[in-house]
Design a protein around this ligand. Structure first.
Ligand SMILES: *[C@@H]1O[C@H](CO)[C@@H](O)[C@H](O)[C@H]1NC(C)=O
Ligand SMILES: *[C@@H]1O[C@H](CO)[C@@H](O)[C@H](O)[C@H]1NC(C)=O
Ligand SMILES: *[C@@H]1O[C@H](CO)[C@@H](O)[C@H](O)[C@H]1NC(C)=O
Ligand SMILES: *[C@@H]1O[C@H](CO)[C@@H](O)[C@H](O)[C@H]1NC(C)=O
Ligand SMILES: *[C@@H]1O[C@H](CO)[C@@H](O)[C@H](O)[C@H]1NC(C)=O
Ligand SMILES: *[C@@H]1O[C@H](CO)[C@@H](O)[C@H](O)[C@H]1NC(C)=O
Ligand SMILES: *[C@@H]1O[C@H](CO)[C@@H](O)[C@H](O)[C@H]1NC(C)=O
Ligand SMILES: *[C@@H]1O[C@H](CO)[C@@H](O)[C@H](O)[C@H]1NC(C)=O
Ligand SMILES: *[C@@H]1O[C@H](CO)[C@@H](O)[C@H](O)[C@H]1NC(C)=O
Ligand SMILES: *[C@@H]1O[C@H](CO)[C@@H](O)[C@H](O)[C@H]1NC(C)=O
Ligand SMILES: *[C@@H]1O[C@H](CO)[C@@H](O)[C@H](O)[C@H]1NC(C)=O
Length: 677
């Protein structure tokens, strides 16, 4: 190709004036055409690119954009070197659809090819995999398929360093044949395909400088191959969400370069060998969650000074936490959920040293002494998410009387479900002004909801259901600003959790702001009327007041909660008629007013007509087409309001207000009646 760029004739500089014009003109023409050739891309390469694009069924407007410039070095996504050879084809996220043409393999200077995040299907052309120039090949996030057997790169000494074939539909097994020529491979990312067979172990004997091996979300089986020990430069080893079994082989602990070791959701077993794990002194991320590991966390964990994340959740581990954990001062995330760990959180109070700790989940273990746990954790000044439910069974939640709890100034999410804890909702909780979610369901807490709860300015999810709380539903709860207006919602934490938080098996949330706004007070001993001010909580998606001792009417104002998806007022002593405007809550998908003492017709023209009799059962005086008790003419919706025999005088009074002053006045009247009525 270089022969095109001939030296430019130098004769034009020393010419006499009479012959200057024509000779100069001619020279200029030659010069220009030569210059053009020299700066334009090579015709053959241009054709290879055009061949690639014409092989696509959808080119994301690329042909159109490329048609504008004749020089393919200036095309979008294309970069050339000084020799005008194409070196980079970077066409990620271009909505390209169709097969990848092998013609790209003819670009003999191509070093980086990035086609990720497109809709490419079919096979990965062998010409690309065995190219003698490509260094970085990223075809991730497409729909490429084919068996790995078909990918045999025979040429030795290939320059390929980074291969990302993740998030495609590749099948089959890695065989040593595939790697034969890839002596320079540094990173292989094959996650999220349907690959089978064993984890490839011969990689490092072929390519000794191997650094990143990422195989998560496949169907690999067998055990972790001892051959990985040749990978003396391996920093990242990830193979979570496969079917890998057996124990962690001794050889694994000889890879002292490892920084990131991740095998979650496999079938691994055995214990964490304390004597071996200290070899991995560079470890920053250890994820062995969702396996069958047993035994305790070894004392030597404290020597892993670089450790930032420790995930051992959902195993069968047990014993007390070693006090040496407090030496891991870089620890940000610790997830020990669903194991058999026991004892006090730490005996020597030392976990308070974990100044970086932001996320701690110990849910579903057998820890004891919640007072001690709070005393230790309050010094973890960066703690944002604390999930400690299903522990501390039948203990008493500490209040200021017994222990002074301060600190926790950055706590945003506090989950203490299902501990059968006794005591009252502690006052110190209302000082946690950064709290967004407070989940205390499934305890045996008594006493009233403290009025100071309204000082939790950004609280948007409160679940205190299934306790023994008493008193009226306090006005303070209707003052929670986050539940009142969307405006304040912008204050919410947009940052991602350290981990997804599971509400149940199906729902997981990665950001606090993704959680629905919820008020769950069900299954307690609350008494009195539902305060009409509940209608101020316009942002609520879920309101559950079931299984209490609430009486009086269903306040009309509930109809203001137009975002409601769940409304459960069942199993109380509510009386009066169903507010007709409830029928306008178009997002309601769960509705229950069963087992009260409501009367009159069920509104049947709107949303309420979509629910079956189970939403209304146990109210003998209700009538409607879905109930055994059909309405007679006297109970017809409009007539019923003026029937003073059936309804109290207050309803008539209210009805009159509706007629004369409209709903706004009605609302005021309801508010006033609470104080004066
Ligand atoms: C092609 O060039 C014209 C004029 O410079 C411009 O208006 C148009 O947007 C370009 N088209 C594409 C697809 O880049
Ligand atoms: C390919 O492009 C995507 C999207 O821009 C980017 O995230 C990815 O890091 C690139 N791949 C490589 C290997 O640089
Ligand atoms: C593919 O994997 C490589 C190597 O791990 C990485 O550099 C690249 O960013 C990944 N691409 C995408 C789109 O994540
Ligand atoms: C592998 O690729 C996936 C995209 O499919 C990316 O999310 C992941 O970070 C990559 N892994 C590594 C270690 O680069
Ligand atoms: C796996 O790939 C699919 C399809 O590209 C993608 O939607 C999904 O997010 C990927 N999953 C992971 C864990 O990367
Ligand atoms: C691991 O390394 C130690 C020396 O640090 C060596 O004695 C031992 O043989 C190695 N084990 C394996 C399985 O390679
Ligand atoms: C957990 O480990 C104990 C022994 O420590 C064993 O008896 C028990 O069966 C294991 N449970 C599961 C679910 O594997
Ligand atoms: C719980 O821990 C505290 C120290 O924080 C201690 O005073 C108390 O005795 C412990 N309770 C029990 C039952 O061991
Ligand atoms: C209610 O809480 C108790 C513990 O106080 C628990 O045993 C029970 O399963 C919980 N019920 C529900 C429905 O969550
Ligand atoms: C409302 O709360 C009660 C008590 O916790 C629970 O049993 C019921 O299932 C909840 N209602 C809905 C619709 O989830
Ligand atoms: C509820 O409806 C079913 C039919 O859909 C009926 O068999 C049943 O008797 C009804 N129950 C009540 C309590 O109305």
């Amino acid at each position: 190709m270089r022969d095109i760029m001939m030296p430019i004739p130098s004769s034009c500089s020393n010419t006499n004036s009479s012959l200057a014009m024509p000779r100069f003109g001619l020279s200029l023409a030659i010069l220009l055409s030569l210059a053009f050739l020299a700066t334009s891309c090579i015709e053959q390469e241009k054709n290879s690119l055009l061949q690639f694009i014409s092989g696509l069924s959808q080119d994301g407007g690329l042909t159109h954009s490329w048609a504008n410039a004749t020089d393919c070095c200036h095309w979008e996504g294309i970069t050339c070197n000084s020799d005008r050879m194409v070196t980079d084809v970077l066409l990620a996220s271009r909505s390209l659809q169709g097969h990848i043409s092998g013609s790209l393999g003819k670009l003999t200077g191509l070093m980086r090819l990035n086609l990720s995040y497109n809709l490419l299907f079919g096979v990965l052309p062998l010409e690309l995999l065995s190219s003698s120039s490509i260094v970085v090949l990223d075809v991730s996030f497409n729909q490429l398929n084919g068996d790995l057997h078909e990918l045999t790169s025979s040429t030795p000494g290939q320059p390929l360093q980074v291969l990302n074939m993740s998030s495609n539909l590749f099948t089959g097994q890695f065989t040593s044949k595939i790697w034969k020529g890839m002596e320079n491979l540094v990173a292989l990312n094959a996650s999220n395909n349907s690959l089978t067979g064993f984890i490839p172990s011969h990689l490092c004997s072929i390519s000794p400088s191997f650094v990143v091996l990422e195989l998560s979300y496949n169907k690999f089986s067998g055990s972790i191959p001892p051959g990985l020990t040749n990978c003396s430069m391996l920093r990242v080893l990830k193979a979570g969400h496969n079917n890998i079994s057996g124990t962690l082989p001794d050889e694994l602990f000889n890879i002292t370069s490892l920084e990131y070791l991740s095998f979650p959701n496999n079938n691994l077993n055995g214990v964490l060998d304390g004597a071996r794990i200290i070899n991995l002194r560079n470890l920053a991320f250890l994820d062995l969650g969702g396996n069958n590991f047993t035994g305790n966390i070894p004392d030597s964990i404290g020597q892993l000074k670089m450790l930032e994340e420790l995930h051992l959740g959902q195993n069968n581990m047990s014993g007390e936490l070693p006090s040496t954990l407090s030496n891991c001062t870089n620890l940000r995330t610790m997830d020990l959920k669903i194991n058999g760990f026991n004892g006090e959180l730490t005996k020597h109070r030392s976990m308070g040293n974990l100044k970086s700790l932001a996320f701690l989940s110990i849910v579903k273990n057998d820890f004891t002494n919640i007072t001690n746990a709070f005393r230790i954790l309050k010094s973890c000044r960066n703690l944002r998410t604390l999930i400690i439910g299903y522990n501390f069974m039948h203990e008493t939640i500490p209040d200021n009387d017994s222990t002074s709890i301060d600190g926790f100034e950055n706590l945003r999410d506090l989950f203490i479900s299902q501990c059968s804890l006794m005591g009252k909702i502690p006052h110190w909780i209302s000082k946690l002004t950064n709290l967004e979610m407070l989940i205390l369901d499934g305890n045996q807490l008594t006493g009233p909801i403290p009025d100071r709860i309204s000082s939790l300015n950004i609280l948007f999810r409160l679940d205190i259901s299934n306790n023994s709380l008493t008193g009226e539903i306090p006005m303070a709860i209707t003052e929670l600003p986050m539940l009142q207006s969307e405006k304040t919602a912008t204050r919410l934490d947009q940052r991602f959790f350290e981990l997804p938080i599971y509400i149940d098996k199906l729902l997981q949330y990665r950001k606090a702001s993704d959680f629905p706004k919820v008020l769950h007070l069900g299954n307690n001993d609350f008494i009195g009327a539902i305060p009409p001010e509940i209608g101020l909580l316009k942002e609520l998606l879920s309101l559950n007041l079931s299984f209490n001792n609430l009486y009086g009417d269903i306040p009309q104002s509930i109809c203001n909660l137009t975002s409601l998806q769940l409304l459960d007022l069942s199993s109380n002593y509510l009386t009066g008629t169903i507010p007709a405007a409830l029928d306008d809550l178009h997002f309601l998908s769960e509705f229950n007013i069963s087992f009260n003492d409501l009367e009159g017709p069920v509104p049947t023209t709107g949303q309420l007509s979509t629910f079956t009799n189970s939403s209304f059962n146990g109210n003998p005086k209700l009538c409607g087409p879905m109930l055994n008790h059909h309405c007679n003419s006297a109970e017809a919706p409009l007539m019923s309001i003026v029937d003073s025999e059936l309804f109290g005088s207050e309803v008539i009074f209210v009805a009159a207000f509706v007629v004369f002053f409209g709903v706004g006045v009605l609302y005021d009247r309801m508010v006033l009646s609470r104080y004066f009525g």
